[in-house]
Design a protein around this ligand. Structure first.
Ligand code: DGL
Length: 261
């Protein structure tokens, strides 16, 4: 059981930003990553549709004997994680916008949140957000179009820069000092965002916290892989492998393939 892989799924390639944090912290773990790019973006879909896609992805990962399933997708987590935890026995790790650390550290008491419409409209997000609006004002913006460009391999283009100029404008005028990236695709545009925003703005995401949580759950359930060899990684896309391959090219011991799931 301990040598079994950790399963990951996201609406596409974005969750690899979290997957990288996990394999850096847990280098001996084997992993399987599903990029459901055929159905991206999840952020524009209804809750019912997101739950249905999450069930499909979970069933595939369970058929591959995954010992734990990480959902490095804020949209999937905020809409479907409670369903998944109720209906399956395997432990799930979710990822949510890091509002808490930003709210506790903000000096201007203004925090920006960039996420998908599906995340910002979810009950889980709104419950968390309400807890912290007593400390700070939040400025929430939907990152319309960002996921599509990243999926198409266009993260470092002028097209992306032009899109981000418009998207970041409300953050510029509102005086935020923290920006929370509430979508696992967005760490891939962190550099560009940092260039566009004033230097006082700290940009944070939830990848490292999700990796620590994965370690804690594996430890507490005696599921850690105790082997001393490096883990093997199988990454699958159901649309095209080019973007998945190029975003993960620095990682060794991995195979990227097309798979119909
Ligand atoms: N990467 C996902 C997230 O963290 C979903 C993006 C999308 O498919 O809309 O929210």
């Amino acid at each position: 059981m301990n040598n079994n892989p950790i399963g990951f799924f996201d609406s596409g390639v974005g969750g690899t930003s979290v997957w990288k944090e996990v394999i850096e912290l847990l280098p001996h773990e084997n992993t399987i990553y599903l990029a459901d790019s055929k159905h991206a973006p999840y952020g524009r879909k209804s809750k019912e549709e997101i739950v249905r896609l999450c069930i499909k992805n979970t069933e595939y990962l369970l058929s591959q004997n995954c010992k734990l399933i990480a959902v490095p997708c804020n949209t999937a987590t905020t809409n479907a994680i409670s369903y998944l935890r109720t209906h399956y026995e395997v432990p799930f790790i979710g990822i949510e916008p890091a509002i808490k650390p930003a709210a506790l550290k903000s000096d201007t008491r203004k925090v920006g949140i960039l996420a998908t419409r599906g995340t910002l409209s979810s009950k889980l997000f709104n419950d968390t957000q309400k807890e912290f609006t007593q400390y700070v004002n939040t400025i929430e913006i939907v990152g319309t179009g960002i996921v599509e460009l990243i999926e198409a391999g266009k993260k470092d283009t002028e097209e992306m820069r032009d899109l981000l100029v418009g998207i970041t404008e409300p953050f510029m005028i509102s005086g935020i000092d923290y920006l929370v990236l509430g979508c696992s695709h967005y760490p891939y545009i962190k550099g560009m965002l940092q260039e566009l925003l004033p230097t006082r703005v700290h940009i944070i995401d939830s990848g490292a916290a999700a990796a620590r949580q994965t370690l804690n759950i594996l430890k507490s359930q005696n599921l850690l892989n105790l082997s001393s060899t490096a883990g093997k990684h199988f990454l699958y896309s159901n649309l095209q492998i080019e973007t998945l391959d190029s975003l993960t090219s620095e990682i060794g011991n991995r195979e990227v393939s097309l798979l119909d799931f």
